[in-house]
Every structure is written in C-alpha cells, then in structure tokens.
Write a protein that binds this ligand. Sequence first.
Ligand code: UDX
Length: 440
Amino acid sequence: MRITVVGAGYVGLTTAVCFAHLGHEVLLVEKIPLKVDMLRRGEVPIYEPGMEEMLRENLKAGRLGVTSSLEEGIQFSDVIFICVGTPQSEDGSADLSQVEEVARETAKLMTSYKLLVEKSTVPVNTHKLIKRTVERYLKKKDVPYDVASNPEFLREGSAIRDFLYPDRIVIGVESERARKIFEELYAGFNCPIIYTDPATAELIKHASNSFLAMKISYINMVADLCEKVGADIKLVADGMGFDKRIGREFLNAGLGWGGSCFPKDVRAFIKMAEDNGVDFGLLREVEKINRRRIERFMEKVRSSLWSLKGKKLAVWGLSFKPNTDDIREAVSTKLVPLLLKEGARLVLYDPKAMENFRRVFPEGDDLKYAPDPYTAVEGASALLILTEWEEFQHVDLLRVKELMELPIVVDGRNIYEPSVMKQLGFEYHCMGRGVKEPPA
Ligand code: UDX
C-alpha cells in the first residue's frame, strides 16, 4: 500500500520507517530542509536504537522516500498519517495549528479520495475540527474523504519494537471504506485491534497516558511512606505487581516522570476535561506529586551533604529516561539549576544526552562535562544518579569509590542494592527503600 506520513518527529519517523519495513511504499514529508537532507542521507536526527539501520535499509530498498513538499505527499497516496507536533500552549492545551495546516493543505489539493489519519496525540473531537477544515477548503466539494484516529503508543528508546509488536492497535473510524484500508494496513499484526468511533480512540490515548503517569505518582507516594516506616518500595511494587489487575510495569519509584509526552499530555487532559465541564482533580494531584519529586531528591542531597556550597558533585544521567538522548522535561533540567543555585560545582555525564544538554546548559566554571562516568566522579563529594542507564549497572563501583572524595551516592532511580552498596563502603541514599537518612 502507498502511505504518506507528515512530520518526521518521533512518531512520524517511526511510523514511516516501520510501515516501509513491513513492505509498504512510504513517503515521509518534513518541513525542515536540514532534517530532510539528513534523513535522505540515512541519518536520524534523534538517538533511537535500531532506527538508523532500518531507515537506511528502506531508503536503499526504495520503499521509503523523504520530501519537504506537502503537495507531493498529498499526491503520493490516499492514506495520510498526520504525525506533526502538538506542542503545549500557554494555558496547557495542545496547539493544533500544525494539524490544521495539514488538513487545510490536503483539502486544497485533493482531487480524489483521501483518508486523513490522526496519529499525533490530540484532544478529543479533533477529528471533527479536521473534518470542518477539510469541508471549508475543499476545492471540489464532491471529493470523498475520511478522517480517522489511530493513536500511537510507542515509547522512546523502544519505538520500533512498540510499533511492530504493540499490545493493541486502536482505530477510530466512521466509514466502511476507511475500516477496510486499516484492515489491509494492519493485516499482519498479531494483537487485538480495536475499532471504535474517532472520539473514543482519541480518548483511549489520553486516558492511557494519564493512567500510566498516575501509576508512577502513586508508587512514588508509597515510596515516601516506605522511607518513613522502614519498608522497601521495590518489594512493595513486586508484591503489588503480581496482581494481574495491577501489573508490575510503571511501578518504579524514583524521580518521577518527564519526557515529551506525559507532562504535556497530562496537562492537556486536565484542560480538556475542564473545557468539557469535568473537574479532573485527581490528575492535578498526580502532577503535583510529580513536581515534588525534585524537592524530595534535593532534601536527600542536602541532608547527606549539609551545605552544597563549593562542593564538587558528579551527576550521572541527563536524559529523561534511558536509551534516548531526549532531555525534554527531564528531571536533570530542573535539578541542575537548583544544585548550581545552592553553590555546587557539577560534573555531568550521560551516555547519549550530553550534546543536547550542553546546548541548554553550556560548560562554565561550575558546570563541566565528563567523557565517562569515572572522570565525572573524580574528587566528588557525592554522586547523584538521575537516569537508570544500563551502563551504570556495569561500572566498577570500587573504582568509583576510590576516585571520590567522599563515598556518598544519592540514587534517584534505585539502580543499586542498598545492602551491596553498604558492603562496598558507600553511604547510599535511594528512593523509598527503607534506608534511614542521617538527621539534617
Ligand atoms: C510515553 C508512553 O509510555 C507511550 O505509550 C506514549 O506513546 C508516549 O509517552 P515515553 O515518554 O517514551 O512514552 O516514556 P515512558 O517509558 O513511558 O516513561 C515516561 C517517564 O516515566 C520517564 O521519565 C520515566 O523515567 C518515568 N517512569 C516510567 C518512572 O518514573 N517509573 C516507571 O515505572 C516508568
């Protein structure tokens, strides 16, 4: 099948590359010329495991093309996936101007049937606005079209696997014609495929993301309680997770959720509910709990070091989660300025995100970047861990201890076992694992 994908962000790039991998003919439309050039050369502008190889394979096989012309994209196929950005507006709602633009341009140019598919996360009933726009700008009023919602549930760092082996596929359609296209498109997928109306599909996406964020905030509150009563949050989560109704995933306590989706989507969901007269106070609390993780961590740093002024601190992990170079809404972007404000001298290390971080936080007298985790900890009064990169599991901890001035570790992601760290001679502070903190 021929497919057009508009927008080469995370969702668009994954959608285009994966559909091409499945044997479809795909044209990817991207506005930014620099990105188009990169993609044509087989270079991926983001770090995503497996993406570059798959992009090159499909470019070479001629199944994937990249263009900056939306017109070309619209003429290329009957199925247009809208994967453009939906950034946050000042009031928390999603800015849908890029979605509107694709709908408008498609309407102006189309001369035969088109299926417009929302893949970006959009507020409920956006499909109605897309339809209204198409109606307004259609040159030939009798050209048939459909608008559908097919939300994406992929996670950064495992985007390709999530696309190719999803837990479910959600499709909101209004016509038999559109449904038939999706049946063909997803014919080889071995997972439940749920057909709904578009509004329900749009809501499934939002409700899922907010629920996952809620799960994390919930476990983080339980973690705080664990600390007070001397219980271990990891075991509490395991014990809860065996209940199939709960499940173990997204019960990892720590510094909370960041990234390009959860913060924006939770806010948008609250706003969307409010606009429709529903007060979703539960989600406001979920957000509040998440914001407080930063302060909880700072309390731990302060109580272990007393004053931060002039102290050298190593920071491991800058990306919002492992296996990505993405630092959008990462806790590091909030903690680094706080630590600097209290007078700490920081040496940062991350396996993939340093380049992105450096653009926002350039090197200075009190802010340095280290080429590896060992250089980062040299002479440090404490090591702070903000992201649970696999690499940190394999470091030589004895060497780390030797290199540090004081063997203090404040681990925001619970990557080590407290008993092992104690045995190795570290003063180890983690999140909710029943480890008593020294008095402030
Ligand atoms: C998320 C959704 O998972 C995905 O379905 C949606 O399409 C886009 O948003 P992503 O933002 O890539 O994906 O990251 P995810 O793996 O969900 O993690 C989000 C945040 O939650 C990260 O900051 C992560 O560190 C945090 N997290 C996750 C926890 O703190 N604890 C957990 O148990 C799981």
